[in-house]
Write a protein of this length. Structure first.
Lengths: 310, 250
């Protein structure tokens, strides 16, 4: 994602400049006065849904918002807020009330000592780590996390279904991933420790971005790091290798909400959404948003209608 | 911070293997040298031709000026996205980066070449013609030697820019000293970043010094004044050459 990250950085810098110029008139996404949605703000009855600044988070927020509106909840949207460091404080000060999150990274945010890597373990640890004001509802089966990906051709050739199957073959393979994978415990050192894999060489590329996809497709690398919901996986006939040793901690999509705002209606509506979400579904929806350039709220509505949630 | 850089530079582990400083340094020199060579092969003849004939000056000078405004990073991404699927193997990483560096190096080299030729003393040019030299002969024997100081200044300025900019290749999967900056940035290893930046700055200085040395011996003594001697009575040819040179340089 390096390429798009740089583009994003430039765009963000540009946006920040504009925001700075217009800060008096309230261009900040957290400024209530600029809200374009109908319904009242965080204070009275309604619920404010936020999202991080990447397409998948915005899509999930639209899905949550749509599901809640269908149940008659007054919804206010404040999407595209920024990184976790920005929106968790926003949740805590009541600027927003609900945001889609991922179990593993959220646990790490509140508890650096977190150790669990499987879905259930991470979810339990997450519930124990959350501050008193916040809670998570049911987790969904959908996960967006790092994965070792190969082209189907190469995987078939090596007979590899799981990362463990690469044992004894990895010495002839070139691995591509973000630069930090060279030293990060959940990168090459982890692959060596948990699976005993050592690669012929490592090519520093981007974090699941266009470079990694292109290098995999063109054969410059044999295996690479992509994210499980990446639309490019299905598009290019890549396969995600299973991770039986849980090198990559579980990252199930989960709604994070302020306790004071949660009602039975909201809990039921969001749990019903989580029950219908899995990684393939999310990847397919994300493809519509990112590749087909459809409006996230339209894609969300389509998903909700199809599953009888709206 | 300073201690961190010294520790990083002093760690023997950083001086060995494919990730080691010597290997990255060679990669950096290879990318820089290759792109500088290609750029010089394009820009020097074009620059000399423009300076000699005075034709196409407006067009090429403006084109080169516009090329200076191209943001290298943006061009790099454009080239990577465009060329990556078309190329195989390591060329897919190397070629887009080389193009960026070549585009960067051409304007200063070309400017040095045509400015150098244009600035040759008309009297020297006329004298050469008067001696019966052909246009090519004038260019080769008079204009080029007289233009060399400016050609070199173009090359040196291009070399500095190329050595510094070869760093960004690391963003698009290439090696070189830029790896230390990009990798360091991704893992918040500021000692590594600062160490890498220091090495690149040093390399740029060394390369410039090397060019200065080559220039010293390549440029005609009459122009560089490196064997400046007081003209002896009767040492006429040297005197004439000196005076031409002083016009030029002064």
């Amino acid at each position: 994602m390096k390429l798009s990250k740089v583009v994003l950085t430039v765009a963000t810098a540009a946006l920040m400049t504009t925001a700075a110029c217009g800060s008096g008139s309230g261009n900040s996404p957290l400024d209530t006065s600029s809200s374009s949605s109908s319904g009242s703000g965080g204070g009275s009855g309604g619920i404010t849904v936020g999202s991080a600044d990447f397409p998948e988070s915005q899509l999930l927020a639209e899905i949550y918002a749509g599901a809640l509106q269908a149940k008659g909840v007054q919804v206010n949207k404040k999407l595209n807020i920024g990184a976790r460091e920005a929106y968790i404080p926003a949740l805590q000060d009541g600027s927003i009330d609900l945001i889609p999150e991922y179990t593993g990274v959220l646990t790490q945010y509140f508890n650096k000592q977190a150790k669990a890597t499987d879905s259930e373990g991470v979810y339990t640890e997450l519930k124990a780590s959350l501050p008193a004001k916040l809670e998570v509802l049911d987790k969904s089966a959908a996960e967006d996390k790092d994965a070792v990906v190969m082209t189907k051709k190469k995987a078939d050739e090596l007979g590899a279904k799981s990362i463990a199957d690469l044992k004894g073959k990895s010495k002839d393979l070139v691995f591509g991933g973000p630069p930090e994978w060279k030293t990060r415990p959940t990168g090459l050192p982890g692959l060596k420790k948990l699976y005993g894999l050592e690669f012929k060489s490592f090519r520093a590329l981007d974090a699941g971005g266009p470079l990694t996809v292109a290098a995999l497709k063109n054969g410059q690398i044999d295996a690479g790091d992509l994210f499980t919901t990446d639309p490019n996986i299905a598009k290019n006939d890549f396969v995600v290798l299973e991770d039986p040793q849980h090198l990559f901690a579980a990252q199930n999509v989960v709604p994070l909400i302020t306790k004071a705002k949660d009602t039975d209606t909201i809990t039921t509506a969001l749990n019903a959404v989580s029950a219908k979400l899995d990684t393939q579904t999310l990847a397919a929806l994300l493809t519509e948003v990112v590749v087909d350039k459809k409006d996230a709220s339209a894609v969300a509505k389509e998903f909700l209608t199809k599953n009888g949630l709206a | 911070m300073i201690a961190g850089i010294i520790d990083w530079l002093g760690d023997p582990a950083h001086w060995a293997g494919d990730d080691g400083i010597p290997h990255r340094l060679l990669e950096h020199l290879w990318y820089s040298g290759l792109s500088l060579l290609v750029a010089a092969l394009i820009a020097v003849p074009v620059g000399l031709a423009i300076g000699h004939t005075g034709r196409g000056r407006f067009f090429v000078v403006n084109l080169a000026g516009a090329a200076r405004a191209i943001p290298s990073l943006g061009l790099l991404f454009l080239m990577v996205l465009w060329l990556f699927p078309k190329l195989g193997g390591d060329a897919a990483f190397l070629v887009p980066n080389l193009i960026v560096l070549i585009v960067l190096a051409i304007p200063p080299i070309m400017a040095g070449a045509y400015a150098g030729v244009e600035g040759v003393d008309p009297a020297a040019r006329d004298a050469a013609k008067g001696m019966g030299m052909t246009g090519m002969g004038v260019l080769r024997k008079v204009e080029l030697p007289c233009a060399l100081p400016l050609v070199f200044s173009g090359l040196r300025s291009a070399a500095l820019q190329v050595v510094a900019t070869a760093t960004i290749g690391a963003i698009a999967g290439l090696g070189g000293l830029g790896r230390f900056l990009i990798d360091g940035l991704h893992v918040n290893d500021y000692s590594q970043m600062a160490g890498g930046a220091l090495l690149i700055a040093l390399l740029a200085l060394v390369v410039d010094a090397a060019f200065a040395l080559v220039q010293r011996y390549a440029v005609s003594p009459g122009l560089s004044g490196r064997f400046r001697t007081r003209p002896e009575p009767g040492d006429q040819p040297m005197d004439v050459e000196m005076s031409v040179g002083q016009h030029r340089v002064g």
